[in-house]
Design a protein around this ligand. Structure first.
Ligand code: H2P
Length: 826
């Protein structure tokens, strides 16, 4: 490999740097020094971006102190490491996160005020690291932070995409995708580690080597080889007690330029190879819950899996006297969805072919090391790859998959499984062209497989992994998702954080379960008023952004009714829009009713190739345009579609919501995590019995959450009967009226939304017609509740008080105990 050896553990007699001090005077001095010597500006000429960089570098120095200390503790303790392999880390901005976790808020603010610079403003200049699509990638980011906060030696492994999730603009009501460029001004949080680079192969062939007295060996000779270079970002845990590492791989060519070609005049051709190599980590695929079937995607998956495993093995050998048999005692590798599932085959190749272990021992090590999280049951999201593509790109890994498959099928047959059941567990799907089933590969190569909410896990056992569950009944377990309360309360909602601190002291910041202390204050009128005053201030902040970005004026005292998430038919933004249109009709037809003023807020991106999702965005914008311009509903209904939903926008929206829409077709949303962020910030939920909503109901209590609609079992039954929506629509004048206005051109050309509407009459697959009436009635109950601000306030307080269990600290502790067997607080 091109990796130069480590400098080693030679003791160097260099003077130790003095750790940085955290008082505002020291910070002020250092910020000025960074501005001068790292950026080359003086305060008089510095732009805001220069100040941002100077502050970031000064804060980063403090992180580095903690980071190096954590790393040397890691080496000393030799405790088990947890490696979290994820194609996506939806990080967002890091400066505020770091400042709060290090407890530097006041000091930084004071330091900058000396230069008349506003930290709040600087923070908004930082680009979002958008290396993910939605919940799956954001979960990985929350988990990384929680691992550092609860004291686990956690390592995130992923891809350093040059272009993250696309930037969304709305032009003429429609989504337009533009490239995102988060690295345009450099990235002060990352450290390039050229010494950590590994060769990654593709294609070529496998040869058998026969040596006298030894069993034959397989050697893979790839046709193409590229380099994976590590970029490390520190992950700061609460109070900085532990700083872990997120290692993202960047693809580079072994030879940056073909000099011969260049010298002979082929200037472009000389760079082709380098470009081809780099293209692997250029772009994040904009689709997490359905299959992006391109070869490049498979290359990305293998690229980062192989690099991560080589790195993990290298580290282990160095720290454990070259003994790979202890790998499972020292490392756990969590596969975040099927995207890194090829790791199972690659680990076997590395152990057997490269390190010379026997097959059985390697298989035992592999299973004990890996565990796998499933995030969706949608059939289109379960990754499979054509066998011939796999074979061409990864010939040795394909052989290994066949060998694993033979072994699994033997086991199954011995346990008495019959033909149909055996073909259900085969790693090769013979149904529609031969394809490798990545979920099955991840399953058989792992000792623990988890779903992300109780309901989802039960459904996993009954559906996608039914046969595997029969074969290995001890493997599937549940780990309900969580969100980090640092970013999703302390950072995004300083007003509420201060209020809770004032009421019950700061202990909840260290231990979020203590936030239940405000439960008893839900009936205290004084506290409730303050709580709702914080909410109002957050709504004013959001209203200002809506005004600035969209020139729409909304009334901050109206109910803010919010649905923000990826746009997908199962998440049912369309149901919400149909209800919006029905409400619009009813407000106009029945001015005598005491309608409550609402602002319906939407945000989210549609996968570029997902036509129906794009139609839903178009409809939202059409509906907004028409309703907002109609003077007859002016004070009662406004509709807002905020473009380019991302982590930073979520941080502004979550604290400002009164009502959180979690209305997926039951059985289809694996967990949801937005549902948790909203409720933690005091929004009431209207939702179906789906994903983690079910557990939220248990924790928050049925008086404080608004559940409606078909259950997962009812949905499955209706789907099996293939029921159409026609009868329901014909029997419901309100629904029919709304659908007619949508299809007859009230909101854009007639026929524009025929596809969406006709689907409901035909096969109401997403149960929009079926759930409409229950949804409508529940919304009207919420209208009534809104009129009683004391009752609403009480429920809002109870939501915040009872959401602590949904902290990702709790999730991570459960993984550590039940799956990784890794110590916390090291
Ligand atoms: C997915 C699931 C969510 C789940 C999340 C994290 C893929 O995210 O659909 O239900 O909460 O993973 O486990 P999303 O739809 O937000 O992209």
């Amino acid at each position: 490999t091109a990796a130069p050896e480590d400098a080693g553990d030679v003791a160097v007699a260099a003077p130790k740097p003095t750790p940085r001090r955290n008082d505002s005077a020291s910070l002020a001095k250092e910020i000025a020094e960074k501005l001068t010597y790292a950026i080359g500006k003086d305060p008089a000429t510095a732009r805001r971006h220069d100040w941002l960089e100077a502050v970031t570098l000064a804060v980063r120095d403090r992180i580095v102190d903690h980071w190096l200390a954590s790393n040397s503790r890691n080496v000393q303790s030799g405790a088990k490491r947890v490696c979290y392999l994820s194609m996506e880390f939806l990080i967002g901005r890091l400066l505020r996160d770091a400042i709060i976790n290090l407890g530097l808020s006041e000091a930084v603010r004071d330091a900058l005020s000396a230069y008349d610079v506003d930290i709040d403003l600087l923070e908004t200049l930082e680009p979002d690291a958008a290396l993910g699509n939605g919940g799956l990638g954001r979960l990985a980011a929350c988990f990384a932070e929680s691992m550092a906060s609860v004291g686990i030696q956690g390592f995130g492994y992923g891809i350093r995409y040059v272009h993250g999730f696309f930037r969304q603009e709305i032009v003429g009501g429609e989504q337009v995708e533009l490239p995102e460029n988060w690295l345009a001004h450099g990235n002060p949080w990352e450290f390039e580690r050229r010494e950590r680079s590994f060769e990654i192969g593709f294609g070529g062939k496998v040869t058998t080597i026969e040596e006298a007295g030894k069993p034959p060996r397989q050697v893979w000779r790839p046709a193409e080889r590229i380099l994976a270079v590590a970029y490390d970002t520190p992950v700061v845990g609460w109070k900085g007690t532990r700083v872990n590492t997120l290692r993202l791989w960047s693809a580079q060519a072994l030879d940056p330029i073909l000099l011969d070609a260049f010298n002979s005049g082929d200037h472009i051709g000389a760079l082709l190879e380098a470009n081809r190599a780099q293209s692997i980590t250029q772009v994040l695929y904009p689709a997490d819950s359905h299959l992006a079937g391109q070869e490049l995607r498979l290359r990305q998956e293998f690229f980062f899996s192989s690099a991560s495993l080589q790195d993990i093995i290298r580290h282990h050998l160095k720290r454990n006297g070259g003994d790979l048999s202890t790998l499972p005692d020292k490392v756990s590798i969590q596969l975040n969805d099927t995207h890194p599932a090829v790791s199972v085959a690659e680990m076997m190749r590395l152990l057997v072919d490269v390190h010379g272990l026997g097959w059985d021992e390697s298989w035992d090590i592999t299973k004990r090391v890996f565990s796998y999280t499933n995030h969706t049951l949608l059939p289109e999201a379960l990754e499979t790859w054509p066998v011939n593509l796999f074979e061409r790109l990864l010939p040795r890994q394909m052989q290994i998959i066949y060998a694993i498959n033979a072994q699994i099928i033997r086991e199954a047959t011995q346990k008495g499984l019959d033909g149909a059941k055996v073909s259900a567990i085969s790693l090769i799907d013979e149904g529609s062209g031969r394809r490798v089933r990545m979920g099955s590969l991840a399953f058989v190569g792992s000792h623990a497989i988890n779903g992300v909410s109780a309901l989802h896990t039960e459904l996993m056992k009954k559906t996608v992994f039914n046969q595997f569950h029969e074969l290995y009944p001890e493997r599937i377990q549940n780990k309900t998702n969580g969100v980090t309360p640092r970013r999703w309360l302390l950072e995004c909602n300083p007003g509420l954080t201060d209020l809770v601190t004032e009421a019950i002291g700061p202990g909840f910041k260290d231990d979020i379960t203590k936030i239940s202390g405000i439960d008893k204050l839900a009936d205290d009128a004084g506290f409730r008023e303050k709580f709702m005053a914080v909410k109002l201030a957050n709504k004013q902040r959001l209203a200002k952004t809506i005004e600035e970005r969209l020139a729409i004026t909304v009334d901050p005292t109206a109910m803010f009714d919010v649905q923000v998430k990826r746009i997908h038919e199962y998440k049912r933004q369309f149901l919400n829009l149909v209800e919006t249109v029905a409400l619009y009709d009813q407000i106009r037809s029945h001015p005598e009713i005491a309608w409550q003023p609402r602002v319906k807020i939407f945000a989210g991106k549609a996968a570029p190739s997902y036509a129906n999702a794009k139609q839903i965005i178009h409809l939202a914008n059409d509906v907004a345009r028409v309703i907002n311009a109609d003077p007859s509903v002016q004070n009662l209904l406004k509709v807002v579609f905020l473009p380019n939903y991302n982590v930073s926008l979520a941080e502004l929206i979550m604290p400002a919501a009164d009502l959180s829409e979690q209305i997926s077709t039951a059985g289809l949303e694996a967990s949801g995590t937005g549902n948790m962020k909203f409720a933690l910030n005091g929004a009431l939920t209207i939702g179906t019995l789906d994903g983690a909503n079910v557990e939220m109901l248990e924790h928050i209590g049925e008086d404080n959450i608004f559940i409606f609609g078909l259950t997962a079992a009812e949905v499955a039954a209706r789907r099996a009967e293939g029921q159409s929506g026609r009868e329901i629509i014909d029997a419901s004048p309100i629904l029919k009226g709304a659908l007619d206005s949508i299809s007859h051109g009230v909101f854009g050309e007639p026929g524009r939304y025929n596809n969406l509407v006709d689907n409901l009459y035909g096969n109401d697959w997403w149960m929009i017609a079926a759930d409409f009436e229950a949804y409508w009635q529940t919304q009207r109950r919420l209208d009534a509740l809104w009129q009683d601000s004391d009752a609403w306030g009480t429920k809002a307080v109870r939501n915040t008080a009872r959401m602590a269990w949904f902290s990702s600290d709790r999730s991570i502790r459960e993984y550590a105990k039940d799956i990784w067997d890794a110590p916390t607080s090291v």
